[in-house]
Ligand binder design. Structure first.
Ligand code: UDP
Ligand code: MG
Length: 326
């Protein structure tokens, strides 16, 4: 497939990972050397408050295959990934977390699959090291998003993946502000291969992504790839309207039967409970509808502001494309 020795850029988003960076660098360097590819490593410092940036700078001074990009503040995992991808110069890019949960030993397999013609090699976790309820919620999310959108995400996808340059360029051209990269990658198509892998234990420290950020990421996925919730809401409102109309008809018929003395003993309930239930039910439905519509409008608003996905404070490399930043 390739005339020359192909080159691969490996991108690591970093948020306070000072204790892991050096080991990560050594492990990745060793597997890349064995795989016989030209490579570069791009460390994206996503506004770390620890010594991560200095550790990366030291590595850069020792090894010219190392580059770094430092963002002006913490923009979040997806933006940091996107920033690193937009600086990649290789024929392919591999993105992987910097906490060693994504084992570097999978890199040669990914490169082999790419050499065999796959333009995307994505990975799926065999199992989650999370509480049962959380894994169930994630499972439900993958099932739900596949049902309500045109993308078919397999359960357990992570941001550990290889993208051929063609795919990378396509992704960099998508100007969406709220990034849901796994969805975009499924959406752009190309020849894709899914690898199952065991998630390793975090080398040190704790997860840097809070439950609130995970929820907002899941909502980004839903809002970006489906307007089904709006359709669902519309169908539901129509259903409630029809039921209300039927209920009014039944009440009126009862009153008429009683007034005309056809059923004089008919007991018409005063309807207090029905009334209260309807008011609360419809009230909550309206609030939900406003929140849902607000979700779409808020994201449209964010998009129209045209703010960059990330801002660079300093970097050791020149950017290849105009994607995402100032
Ligand atoms: N990360 C980042 N910015 C953030 C949060 C995380 O660059 O705001 C990096 C983090 O340093 C790690 C990767 O993204 O390299 C994945 O984060 P983490 O391990 O905390 O996520 P988890 O594995 O728990 O989903
Ligand atoms: Mg992790």
């Amino acid at each position: 497939m390739f005339n020359k020795n192909p080159s691969v850029s490996i991108v690591f988003p970093i948020f306070n990972e000072e204790e892991t960076i050096k080991l990560l660098y050594q492990l990745v360097r060793d597997v890349c050397t064995k795989s016989n590819v030209d490579y570069e490593m791009i460390f994206v410092d996503d506004g770390s408050t620890d010594n991560s940036l200095n550790v990366v700078k030291d590595l850069k001074n020792q090894d010219k295959k190392v580059a770094f990009v430092s963002l002006s503040r913490n923009f979040g995992h997806q933006s940091a990934l996107f920033a690193g991808m937009s600086y990649a110069t290789g024929d392919a890019v591999i993105t992987m977390d910097a906490d060693l949960q994504h084992s570097p030993s999978l890199i040669p397999k990914m490169i082999d699959l790419w050499r065999n013609g796959y333009e995307v090699v994505y990975t799926m976790k065999k199992k989650y090291d999370l509480p049962f309820i959380m894994s169930l919620v994630i499972k439900l999310f993958y099932w739900f998003i596949s049902k309500i959108s045109d993308i078919r995400l397999s359960f357990g996808q992570s941001d550990f993946r290889l993208l051929d340059r063609k795919v990378l360029d396509a992704i960099l051209e998508i100007p969406e502000y709220h990034k849901f990269l796994r969805g975009q990658i499924e959406w752009v198509g190309f020849r894709q291969y899914g690898l199952m892998y065991d998630v390793e234990k975090r080398h040190s420290g704790k997860s840097k992504i809070s439950y609130r950020k995970r929820l907002s990421f899941a909502l980004d996925g839903i809002f970006a790839f489906s307007s089904y919730p709006l359709h669902l809401l519309m169908s539901f409102s129509i259903g409630v309207a029809i039921l209300s109309f039927l209920y009014i008809c039944i009440e009126l018929t009862g009153w008429m039967l009683k007034a005309l003395n056809i059923c004089p003993n008919l007991i018409i309930p005063h309807g207090w409970v029905t009334l209260i239930v309807s008011v609360f039910f419809l009230g909550s439905l309206q609030l939900m509808a406003i929140a849902l519509v607000g979700g779409y409008i808020g994201r449209t608003y964010d998009q129209t502001k045209g703010r960059p996905v990330f801002i660079i404070k300093e970097s050791s490399v020149q950017k290849k494309t105009q994607a995402g930043a100032r």
